[in-house]
Ligand binder design. Structure first.
Ligand code: PLP
Length: 418
């Protein structure tokens, strides 16, 4: 069963002060998930989670994660600014970018972030734009398909990220000549994977590569970055991954592959979805009901506030607040107001009878929710709220206004005031 950290009565009060739509994040739940992750990897000296900033780039959220001991995983200039704003600098930033502009590398080097190179040619590009640091990470792509047992979990061979094995080996040799002394290896081979075998399987590949790099080049491989990809159960019938078992599985591979070689390696992760995904929800109001060839519920939020259903056909669970125990004896398409027919949060979903004015909560929007928002059709981004452990609510981002939307139009002379 999917639950929410508030009741209808509590949410009615919140909505009096902060009208829908908004994303609301649960601070206590975020802290609990980071703590569980850290406990699962406590066996590894040097373990560190670098939260993937793109999943929920609000400094109030990032600051909670920093307080819990996380670093920040950034991939753009503005994400670096956000990391710096919450006090993450140097080894507390992992810069895992690709197709990286020169100014991004320059800024990442200025902050002394750990650089994770996506490509072999980036060695020379970084040398000319910021310089080669003492410690550096390389992103690996093994090609082909990524399998767990018989199941194909990802398609690295079709992915734009990372380097081949040969490029990694050659790259490490060159980087050593350019002054690098300490190396990390990184790979991201499957997204949103709830299978407990994902991280252990990925770790085994990276540990083998770490051994090979060390044996062939003499380089010191000091960390392995398992990146993101641990998933969450978006559907109520799915199981939550067992982070304790995942940590144990990685430990077994560590002891099998690295210990015999006498290697000591720190594990890093860049989880986004796993940490905050279940800790956010999009709260909206049913503002229209329409009956044609199907039954439609029109909300005051749209795909511009949560793109995943429109973009990937992703399932997000929906709760009609206060009707949790009523029978799901109606079938609705739950839509936003974009002039795009894929702007549907749910298609032919069985739900309780929805009345105009009902509060509709869309689950699991704490990662890749607000942050994937956009302004198509002139739709504005919503506010973001933080539900504190003491039950109070803090506005951590106001809603956009038409003035925000027009703010970048300059020197044209039109009167764009409402
Ligand atoms: C997106 C991304 C992550 C986070 O992925 P999740 O699915 O949110 O865990 C981590 N690292 C890199 C390089 C990414 O691009």
């Amino acid at each position: 069963m999917k639950t929410l950290p508030y009741t209808l009565k509590q949410m009615r009060k919140i909505v009096e002060e902060y009208p829908t739509p908004f994303h609301i994040y649960d601070e206590a739940a975020i802290r609990a998930r980071v703590r569980a992750l850290k406990a699962a990897f406590a066996w590894n000296e040097g373990f560190k989670e670098y939260y993937a900033v793109k999943a929920c780039p609000n400094p109030a959220i990032l600051d909670i994660l920093r307080q819990e001991g996380c670093g920040m995983d950034c991939s753009s200039f503005t994400e670096l600014v956000l990391a710096k704003a919450v006090g993450c600098l140097g080894q507390n930033i992992m810069f895992s970018s690709n197709a990286t502009p020169a100014e991004d590398f320059l800024y990442a080097r200025r902050l002394d972030a750990v650089i994770n190179l996506d490509d072999y040619t980036h060695i020379d590009f970084l040398r000319r734009n910021g310089g080669i640091p003492r410690q550096i990470c390389l992103r690996y792509n093994p090609g082909g398909e990524f399998r767990l047992g018989n199941a194909i979990m990802g398609n690295p061979g079709e992915a734009k990220y990372g380097m081949t094995r040969e490029q990694i080996l050659q790259g490490v040799k060159e980087l050593r000549l350019l002054g690098a002394e300490s190396f990390g290896l990184h790979a991201f081979l499957a997204s949103n994977t709830t299978d407990n075998g994902y991280y252990p399987r990925l770790a085994a590949q990276l540990f083998e590569l770490a051994r090979e790099v060390h044996e062939q080049t003499g380089a010191s491989v000091d960390f392995v970055n398992l990146s993101g990809g641990v998933g969450i159960p978006y559907r109520p019938e799915e199981a939550e991954p067992d982070i304790r078992l995942i940590g144990q599985g990685v430990q077994e591979e560590y002891e099998r592959i690295l210990c015999p070689a006498g290697m000591k390696v720190a594990i890093k992760t860049e989880l986004g979805r796993y940490i905050t995904g279940p800790c956010g929800s999009l709260v909206t109001t049913a503002i229209h009901r329409k009956d044609t060839y199907r039954h439609y519920i029109g909300l005051d939020a749209c795909a511009a506030n949560l793109m995943r259903p429109a973009m990937y056909g992703a399932y997000h669970h929906i709760t009609v607040l206060g009707k949790e125990n009523m029978p799901c004896d109606h079938v609705y398409d739950v839509t936003g107001g974009l002039c795009e027919n894929n702007d549907k949060f749910a298609v032919e979903r069985e739900l309780p009878k929805i009345d105009i004015g009902d509060l509709i909560c869309i689950h699991d929007t704490g990662a890749h929710g607000f942050s994937m928002g956009y302004n198509y059709n002139g739709k504005l981004r919503s506010k973001e709220l933080l539900l504190k452990p003491n039950g109070t609510v803090q506005l951590i981002r106001r809603a956009e206004t038409p003035e925000d939307y027009f703010a970048t139009l300059q020197g044209l002379g039109y009167d764009l005031r409402v």
